[in-house]
Each structure stands twice: as C-alpha cells, then as structure tokens.
Design a protein around this ligand. Structure first.
Ligand SMILES: [Zn+2]
Length: 421
C-alpha cells in the first residue's frame, strides 16, 4: 500500500514537473487541431513576388513583442536576449557543470570548417562533419536518427522552410497525400507564420532547424541554447505545437551540441542520402542533382533498399528545389513501397511535446492502405484537409492543453486518495 502511494505521488509530481517544462510558458493564438489560414494573396497565389510580399499577421493568430525576441537571421542571443530575464532563467536551469568540455569550433576564412587539431581517426566528440558519426560517445545524450528502418521506404524531408513561395509545392504534396518532415528555421517562421501554420494544417511533421541556420559547433553553449529555445518558441507561437526533433544545419553536430539539445529534450534527425539540391547554381548543375535524385529513386527497386529504407535530404529553400521535388516525387512513389515522414517511419506517434496531434505508427500507416502517412489528431479529425481560404480566426489551443493537464492531475490525485484510503 505504501508503495502504491509513493508511485501515485511520484506520478503527480511528474505531471507537476512536466507542467513546469520550458515550453509550458509558450503562447499561441493557434489551435493546431483547427487551423484556418487567412485568405490573402500571399497564402493563395502561385506568383513568387506576390507570395513573398511581407504581411502583418492577424494579431489574434500571431502576436509578439519584438523586444522579447532575437533579431531574425542573427544569432539567437541578439537583441539583448543574452541578458533577458526569460533567457537567463532558462540558462540557469541547466546543470552546466555536467556539460561536456568540448571546444567551440571555428570556420576558416573560406567558410569551410577548421578541423585542425581534431583527432579525426578516433572522433572523440562524434562530430558528424568530419566523420559522419551519429552514435554519441556520451551516455546522456540522444542518439541521432538518420534512416527509416523499413525496407523500400523513402523518408521524405524538406529543410529551410517555411519558404514564402511554397504554395504550389504544398498544394502538390496535398494532392499526392504526402506528409513530409519539415525542418523549419525560426527566422523564417517569424517572417512567414502562415507558412508554418499551413505545414501543421496539412499534416506534415514539423521539426526545428535552428533560429539562424549556422554551423552549430561554432556557437557557444549560450548561443546554442538560444538557437534551440527561440525556434521552439516561434514554432509554437505560429502553430500551437512544439517539436521534439531538430536537424543540424549542414549536419554540423557534435556531442556538445547534442548535449544541449538533449537538455531541451530534443533529438537530432540527419539523413543517409543527400541530393545536394540546394547547391544548384552554387557548385552543382541541375543535371547533377537530377542524376542524384534518379540514382536514389532506382535504389527503391534495384535491391539497395531491400533491407532498410532511407532518409533523403531535400530542401524547400527555393523554387528550383521545390520544382525538383514536384518533378521527381511521381517516380519516387512508383519505385518505393512507402513514402512518408520521419515520425511515421520511426513510430514516433507524438513528435510534439503537446499531446494534441498524433501521427500513425508505421503499421497504422500501412493499415491505412495509402501511399502516405496521414497525421491524425487527438480528436480524430483529419489533419490533411483541403486548403482553407476563409479568414476565420481560431481559438486558443492553450485552453484544451490546460484542461487535459488538469484532467490528468485530477485522475492522479484521485489515485493518491484511493491509495491513501
Ligand atoms: Zn538547412
């Protein structure tokens, strides 16, 4: 009897601790279960200049005080964030004495990574940039994800969004019933919040791609914490959900970066095939990238993917990369048995800290008898509905979350009462 009391009390305390998690103070005017995106030319047009005209978001959906946020496209400690009360409290909540003592790296004058003095052979810091290491040398950090385990499965991922001109691309994904993992940059979310709303509304799996997209191993511990934290806060502000997963820009991650991400309960998702699509015109020709796509597509039927799937690195970064996706996805779909996001292929049914939106496990996705993984919601609604063009504002998602937590607390407190009695 005493043990059951202890367990129940611990559970209650666990819930109470969870309510004090860093993301619980995040605010949003968006209910992720019921997102209506205002119908303005930027959200409906296929014309690049029209889509990418700056807009002032509806304050009932997306409202923030600029002085409380880093400057977009600068390191997330900018705009006085490094000394703000909010960030200082977060920083001081972390047991830095346990942080690994790994040096901050530097870039060479040509922009390449300076690896001088690093033991590349033994790779003591599991530094992906020099070794491709994905299994940390430290025990207390989360291991990277870099592959979909099931055979003939294409892990669909797009980095660097939300891109202001993604309407045609997202419409295409919707038409094909494809749900991708979308790695959003915090600065882009602040600039184009309706784009982030669309990602969640369409049932894509949203993850973080840092605030300002820098080589993470070159940032200090304080800068890394801010890059993670403010991207989490921005994605929550725009969508009502907070990601558990992130991807390192350029794949530049080591055990110091992983340790800090792990303090925020975040796990890195990398890839095992890289199309280099972002580099068209910057060192790669369109034909070279198309050849890479074609080779990866053939792997779906030539035996390469007979015992496992992949995760392919592709980008939302510009219209060239999005058109490459539109051109190649029909062949991906015909050569691979399954084309789905990382959450579904890894059986991550709750890829956000909030329990509002769930994703199908891989077996549920198979049972749906569809070529795509459909995100479902806690209330059973379809997340991948048709584009909404009404200008309706949405209710706050915080209300339902709070009531869920309160309901959980009441159940557990009832357990305590029963156990004590
Ligand atoms: Zn990127």
């Amino acid at each position: 009897m005493f043990n059951s009391v202890t367990v129940a009390v611990a559970l209650v305390q666990g819930i109470q601790l969870a309510t004090a998690a860093y993301y619980d103070s995040f605010k949003s005017g968006v209910n992720p279960l019921n997102i209506s995106i205002p119908s303005i030319p930027q959200t409906t047009s296929y014309d690049l200049a029209t889509e990418c005209t700056s807009y002032v978001p509806d304050p009932s959906l997306f409202n923030f005080t600029a002085s409380e946020w880093p400057t977009v496209w600068q390191t997330a400690t900018s705009n006085g964030i490094n000394s703000s009360a909010e960030f200082t409290t977060l920083y001081n909540s972390i047991a830095w004495a346990n942080a690994p003592n790994i040096p901050v790296r530097t870039l060479n004058t040509d922009g390449s990574m300076n690896t001088a003095g690093y033991d590349v052979v033994n790779d003591p810091n599991c530094w992906w940039t020099v070794s491709g290491c994905t299994v940390p040398k430290l025990a207390d950090v989360n291991k990277d994800i870099y592959q979909c385990p099931e055979p003939a499965t294409w892990g669909l991922t797009y980095d660097d969004g939300p891109n202001c001109s993604h309407n045609a691309f997202y419409d295409f994904l919707q038409e094909k019933n494809l749900k991708a993992s979308m790695f959003y940059i915090g600065s882009n979310v602040m600039d184009w919040p309706y784009g982030a709303m669309r990602g969640v509304r369409d049932g894509h799996h949203i993850a973080s791609h840092t605030w300002s997209h820098q080589y993470m191993t070159t940032l200090t511990n304080q800068e890394l914490l801010a890059e993670f934290y403010y991207t989490q806060k921005a994605i929550h502000l725009a969508t009502g959900v907070t990601p558990r997963y992130w991807r390192a820009p350029y794949g530049d991650v080591d055990d110091r970066v992983r340790w800090i991400a792990s303090q925020l309960n975040m796990t890195c998702v990398l890839w095992d095939y890289d199309t280099n699509d972002w580099a068209v015109g910057e060192g790669e020709t369109l034909q070279q990238v198309q050849t890479a796509y074609s080779n990866f597509i053939q792997m779906g039927t030539n035996g390469t993917m007979a015992s496992s799937g992949n995760i392919v690195l592709t980008h939302e970064i510009n219209n060239t990369t999005m058109q490459l996706a539109i051109d190649n996805l029909p062949n991906v779909l015909s050569n691979y048995k399954h084309v789905t996001n990382v959450a579904t292929c890894q059986n991550i049914t709750y890829p956000y800290f909030e329990q509002t939106i769930s994703f199908p496990s891989f077996s549920q996705y198979l049972a749906s008898n569809s070529s795509a993984g459909n995100a479902s919601t806690a209330t059973g609604g379809a997340a991948g509905s048709s584009p909404t063009t009404s200008a309706t504002s949405t209710t706050s998602g915080a209300l339902s979350l709070t009531s869920q937590v309160n309901a959980g607390l009441m159940v557990l407190m009832a357990m305590v009462a029963i156990a004590v009695n």
